[in-house]
Design a binder for this molecule. Sequence first.
Ligand code: ADP
Ligand code: MG
Length: 410
Amino acid sequence: MRPDIPALLHDIFGFPGFRGVQDQVVGRIMEGQATLAIMPTGAGKSLCYQLPSVALEGCCVVISPLIALMHDQLRAAQAVGIRAASLTSVDTDWRETQDRLRGGDLDLLYVAPERATGEGFRSLLRSANVALFAIDEAHCVSEWGHDFRPDYRLLRPLLDEFPQVPRLALTATADAHTREDILVQLGIPREGMIIAGFDRPNIRYAVHPRDGLPRQLADLVAANPGPGIVYAPTRAATEKLAESLSRAGRPVSIYHAGLDPRVRAANQAAFIASEDMVMIATIAFGMGIDKPDVRFVAHAGLPKSIEGYYQESGRAGRDGEPAQAHLYWGAEDFARARQRIAELDPARQQGERARIAALGALVETGTCRRAILLRHFGEDPPATCGNCDNCLAPPASLDATQTARKFLSA
Ligand code: ADP
Ligand code: MG
């Protein structure tokens, strides 16, 4: 009997229907077809394998790069009654999990790529019934991606050992090169690529040359009473900005990898509960956090890539209400990026240069910012969006500082 997908969607997850491309993705998986799903953060990628994991006979193996993310997802899956487990260095119930896997008593199993590619795990899978391989954060397989993980390269032999098991690669962030790489590296045919719309029409984008940043941020915060996130380039910068912003009379908190984990967790919890706090953080903050009412995201310096910018600014306005994304940049950001790239392995320099050039185009354009973002993700937007700084107030002259062009020709 074919499983009743809409009934499972409703009964297990409590959703009235699919969102966006979820139905296409789930449909392909149920037909056993290899798929690459490119869906922005918050679009609901997890459902694309969690639902089949319940609908299909056998266990869905999820390859995920971060233990913290795995455990968040694991708890969420267990909370809706999915039989889920993980095999990581911090799990203590390995034997039980292995027995459940062999006994057909698991819907979902989370593992890290380095574990998944080991011989021990492969032989475990031979004694189990695997229904699906889901490769989360699949851009990690590509050196073009912004987060290359060599272990992802070793996944192909594992996938190929189980040719009858469909494979689903998922990512929020893949430019054309990275997409191509994912298809090739994971053995997915081109027609298996499904791209969700990336537009976030409720986010207003604006870009500003940095000019007295503390005052610029104080003005921004004064004009926006709701919760906000300020991304700063370094730990030291978060502390300095927090000090200057707290004088503006708003509750502020900080988050970076150098803080004690308990302090970090407490700061994050305070922000999530607050209706007016400004979180000043490095990009260590935000992954896996679902706060729908963030009203603005500001970048105090150039982000690492368009993908990073899209993802970080995309934490604003998840509730669909109006929200803002402000990017403050200076010529020295490009100089610093150039220094950083010069120290990289030559094989990686080309990709990094392309990333910085794309950011240069975003900050220096006199035309629609949203169009630049969307074209980067392969969409074909109208020339004006009506909801970015350039569309709302077209610049009088296109007298850009040409920083990016100088950067490129250097
Ligand atoms: P992603 O991994 O793409 O960033 P998640 O899988 O974490 O996104 O899902 C983001 C949010 O969307 C979650 O809160 C999830 O419960 C919700 N969600 C997913 N699918 C649906 C749906 N069909 N209808 C309503 N909400 C959904
Ligand atoms: Mg996800």
